[in-house]
Each structure stands twice: as C-alpha cells, then as structure tokens.
Write a protein that binds this ligand. Structure first.
Ligand code: ZN
Ligand code: ZN
Length: 382
C-alpha cells in the first residue's frame, strides 16, 4: 500500500528497492541473453522466454510501483516546503523520463490495439461496419497539426502525474490492492458511471462554449477542419493545446467532485479504468468504426433493425461523427446524456447523402478522391 512520505528512512528504503529492481532487470536480461545464445538451437529457449516473461512482468510491476512511490514522495517533500516551490524541483529526471515513457508507450499501445481490433472486427468477423464518410476527410496533416498533436501528447504524462499526486493526498482515495475493504465493487465499479456523467456534464458545457462564435475561431476551429475523423487517437488529440489542457484536467475535476465534494471512496484501479475507457472511447469517436453500446430497454428505437425495439444507447461512435459534420449538436465526449437533457442531441441519420468519392481506402487511410488526384499527377509527371 502506498502511504504518504514517512521521512528519510522510508524514502531511502524505496530508493534501495528501486536500485535492486533495476539491477534485477539487468541481471535477468543478461541471464536470458546468455542462456538464449547457449541454447539457441534447443527448444528450451521457449521455456527461457516464458521464464523471462514472468520475471519481466514481476520486475516491471515492482519498478512501476517503486517509481510511482518515489515520484510522489519526492513531490510530497517539495509540496510541504510551501506553495512557492516547484513541485518538480526535487524530482529525479530519470524517474520522470521513465514515467513519461511508460505513459506515452501505453497510449501508443492502446491506439494500436483499437485500430487493430476495429479492423479485425470489420474485415475478419464482420461484427461491425464502417461509418460512411459524409464530410470531407482531412487526408494530409499540416505542420500545425503535427505540432499540436506532439504538444498534446507531451502534455499527457504531466497530467497523469498531477492526477496521481492529487489522489496521493486525497483521503478518500484507496491504494491498497488487496480485495476487501479497499478494492471492492463500491470503490472500483460503482464510481465509474458517475465519473463519466460528471465528466461529460462539464465537458458538454465547455464544448458548447468553445463553439460560441466569438471564441470558436481561436481555439476549437482547428479540431473541426477534420470533417470525417479516421485516425483514432491522432485525430482525437489534434486540437488546440488550450482545449486539450481543459479536456484532460476535466478528468481531475470529475475525480475531485466524486472524492472531495461527494465524499465518496475511489480506488486507484477505478481511476485507471476511467482513463483507459475514456481514452478508448475518445479514440473510437475519431475512427470510422460503427460501435454502439446499448441496454435492451429505454425510449429510443433502433435504426438498424426492421423490427424496431426499445433500447437505451449509452455510447455510439456515430454521435461524434454527426458533431464533426453538424457542429451545433452532440457536444458530449463519451455519452449523449447531457445533450439529450440540454436539447442539443441530434440522432445519426443513415439516409444522409453519401459522396462515393469521399469514401476511404481503409488500408492507407486516404479518400478515393485524394488517391485519384495523386495517381493522375504521378501519370502527368512521368
Ligand atoms: Zn472530435
Ligand atoms: Zn466541436
């Protein structure tokens, strides 16, 4: 269990644990290479690989725990010295670099898995379909797009760090990983729907405010030059850095309201799920995958079935696709509950006009129109 810094002794113990952990990873690495070379032609290499994998998981888990603990106790010491201190002042650069590399790698892995599983579901199993392109697809990203995407990705590790740091001080947060009092349904699963509802209440209002004419051109217009998002996380974070900052820290606000204002207990596992599910849904909103999560009761009627049945749609990627084409609608990030309350919800209409040339070649992620222009210019030049 993580506990608040208990002085010099516990800090040095953590440092020692961490050194042992790094040395252990290096030793396992060296052992594996030596054994693999010695047994290159033997089937035992598979066994060694499995053993290393197991050691790798143990070592990574210990290192992550020690790094987080070390990062947080460093900033705890700094924070207790007064508000004027820089909370990164006493952080070890290597610790922060490793933490940032871990968060960014996790993001890239998540994005890769989303695209891979979506494509597999469409092409191999036929369990989902592509949403047809109706607006103009942004085929080429500009230098400004790459600049904003890089800035926003770089801003993610500090955001996760500050969220962890807040939870470290929050009395209602739970860190103990043993089942029972701390890790339970009421601290992990119960808070999740509320966190999404609280998050989207503020996000829907923020998003609506960013569409007010006087401010739209300065911040949010950049995100809307993509009318048919397709690149998952890349198109999702292709926003003005101010918008990204407000959207990310809105997660911290939701956690703060749940723990501090409502006085409810929240386990760190629930926060990790909140971020991972949120990241997945925000990324899926910026793909062409038609994914809908519904409960078999409610007020709306399905559009895909010939025999309409009642259902309650919780999440639908088509809702955000509608927003990119018709911006004065569907301001929510994850759920359309608040749009439904505020009267800004606009349902997806499968009968809206489709331009065949605007459709994407999903293997290369460009529109057919773009490919045609590229090919004709190549022919002219040759
Ligand atoms: Zn969007
Ligand atoms: Zn918008």
């Amino acid at each position: 269990m993580l506990t608040a810094g208990k002085g010099e002794a516990s800090y040095s113990r953590r440092k020692k644990d961490e050194r042992i952990c790094i040395v252990s990873i290096l030793e396992h690495g060296k052992w594996y290479i030596t054994q693999s070379v010695l047994n290159l032609n033997h089937s035992t290499s598979i066994f060694h690989l499995c053993l290393t994998f197991r050691y790798g998981i143990d070592a990574t888990r210990n290192m992550t725990r020690n790094l987080t603990s070390s990062l947080l106790s460093s900033s705890l010491q700094s924070a207790t010295q007064g508000m004027d201190d820089d909370c990164f002042g006493e952080l070890n650069f290597l610790h922060y670099a490793m933490f940032a590399a871990f968060i960014l790698s996790a993001l890239e892995l998540l994005n890769f898995l989303i695209k891979l599983s979506g494509e597999t579901a469409v092409t191999r199993f036929g369990s989902i379909s592509y949403i047809p392109v109706r607006g103009k697809h942004l085929d080429e990203l500009s230098v400004k797009d790459y600049f904003f995407i890089s800035l926003n990705k770089a801003a993610t590790p500090p955001f996760v760090y500050f969220l962890l740091r807040y939870l470290y001080f929050e009395p209602n947060s739970q860190w103990d990983l043993s089942f029972g009092e701390s890790l339970s349904v009421t601290t992990v699963l119960l808070p999740l729907p509320f966190l999404f509802i609280i998050y989207d209440f503020f996000y829907t209002i923020l998003h609506w405010a960013l569409h007010i004419k006087a401010v739209y051109g300065y911040i949010h217009k950049h995100h809307h030059h993509q009318k048919a998002p397709s690149r998952a996380n890349v198109d999702a974070v292709n926003v003005h850095p101010i918008e990204f900052f407000l959207g990310e820290y809105n997660h911290l606000l939701a956690v703060f309201i749940w723990c501090n204002v409502c006085g409810m207990r929240l386990h760190i596992v629930s926060v990790v799920l909140f971020l991972a599910l949120g990241g997945t849904m925000a990324s899926l909103n910026h793909t062409r995958f038609d994914i809908e999560i519904s409960l078999p009761f409610g007020f709306s009627r399905t559009t895909s079935s010939k025999r309409p049945r009642s259902k309650l749609t919780i999440y639908d990627t088509k809702a955000h696709d509608v927003h990119h084409r018709i911006p004065q609608s569907n301001y929510g990030q994850y759920i359309m509950f608040w749009d439904w309350i505020f009267g800004t919800f606009r349902p997806y209409n499968k009968n809206d006009r489709i331009n065949p040339k605007a459709q994407l070649d999903h293997k290369i992620g460009k529109s057919l129109e773009y490919i045609e222009i590229e090919e004709s210019s190549l022919k002219k030049s040759s």
